[in-house]
Design a protein around this ligand. Structure first.
Ligand code: SF4
Length: 367
């Protein structure tokens, strides 16, 4: 356990203060911040515009370590899944997805999840703890470093908070992470490229609307309260009418639409009756519907609908003028469904290895 201050937990202003408390000029904080964010440095030794004597001093006071990547899998289409082991041995996941002209990274915000959605592997494992600011940002650094080592020219442009955990249940850390990711002096992500996905924590959504409105993906998965309550325990606390109110009032970044995530589960919510109900619920609202065919897993008692059912559901919504997309199940072959890789790794002996991260990334990058 390191007792040095973990710099990756901090904003630029906080890093400047830490430097001045050591008697160093605050601009050193700006230099270090650039190295940590844009240049994704792993150690002070990489920070070549800082005198060596100062770098040695900084090493005594500050910890820049990243969690180790304990498994890394890529599929034929270039989707890469990282299993990352945290300091306390817990494992989280992030998934890097290639798009036409950029990459999207799906990050985790908690170890496990307390919300217990019936279709979700992470929910089945229960909640362990929130991730810290540094642990969430580390996933971005690992992905950027990976792309850099591969010599990849396409940028990492989108971050979606859609991995393990419910982002809004880790509200304080989430907002700090969002602010650091948007900071033009560092990572410089556009706010409309930061998407928070939620099961619909209404109280936190109202707070986010005031404090840091981002792009939003709302996990609906059912067109009425009764069915939603069967699938998602949170629906017992917040009704669909409260979520519709959020959709109507949440500030939209650059007039973008709110994404409605709808998992299609065979014989549960995939009939034309449910498609009609969904249309009646959402018509006229600034939304786009993203249909996600269920990705089967032996531990979850649901199945994927047939291709015909999936396309009929989508066709109905399109025929009603609803903007509706169908998510291609990227990463299915590499266990990229929520919580699946972590579950596979649990129980395996994971040997700590300080050089595993760079070695693995290099092997992957040059294979
Ligand atoms: S779907 Fe999201 S909120 Fe629901 S249990 Fe899984 S991780 Fe938690």
């Amino acid at each position: 356990m390191s007792f040095r201050t973990k710099l990756r937990e901090h904003t630029l202003e906080e890093i400047r203060d830490l430097l001045t408390s050591l008697g160093e000029p605050s601009y050193r904080g700006d230099q270090i911040y650039q190295w940590l964010t844009r240049k994704v440095a792993l150690s002070f030794m990489e920070m070549t515009d800082i005198p060596k004597s100062l770098r040695l001093k900084l090493e005594d006071h500050f910890d820049l370590s990243l969690p180790s990547v304990v498994d890394l899998q890529s599929d034929d289409e270039g989707t890469t899944k990282f299993a990352v082991r945290l300091e306390d041995g817990e494992i989280i996941e992030s998934v890097l997805i290639p798009e036409r002209d950029h990459y999207t990274l799906c990050v985790s915000t908690q170890v496990g999840c307390a919300f217990g959605c019936k279709f979700c592997l992470t929910g089945k494992s229960g909640f362990k703890r929130d991730l810290s600011v540094g642990e969430i940002l580390a996933q971005v650094v690992i992905a950027k470093r990976f792309l850099k080592l591969k010599g990849e020219s396409l940028p990492l442009r989108n971050i979606v908070f859609m991995g393990m955990g419910e982002p809004l249940a880790n509200y304080k850390n989430l907002v700090k992470v969002l602010k650091i990711l948007e900071d033009k002096r560092g990572f410089n992500f556009s706010r409309k490229r930061l998407t928070v996905s939620t099961v619909g924590l209404v109280r936190e959504l109202r707070a986010l609307a005031k404090e840091f409105p981002t792009a939003l993906a709302l996990s609906l998965h059912a067109p009425n309260d009764e069915l939603r309550r069967q699938l998602m325990p949170i629906a017992k606390k917040y009704s669909l009418s409260e979520l519709i109110e959020i959709i109507k009032t949440f500030p939209r970044v650059k007039k973008g639409r709110i994404t409605i995530e709808y998992l299609l589960i065979k014989d549960v919510n995939d009939s034309l009756r449910e498609a009609e109900e969904l249309y009646r619920l959402l018509r006229g609202l600034p939304v786009k519907i993203n249909l996600i065919p269920f990705n089967p897993h032996p531990d979850i008692p649901f199945e994927r609908p047939s291709e015909e059912i999936i396309y009929n559901f989508q066709r109905y919504l399109l025929s009603k003028g609803m903007l509706t997309t169908l998510r291609k199940s990227k990463g299915v072959k590499i266990s990229a469904g929520c919580g699946q890789l972590r579950r596979r790794l649990e129980g395996e002996l994971l040997t700590p290895n300080p050089i595993y991260f760079e070695a693995t990334l290099r092997a992957e990058a040059f294979s």
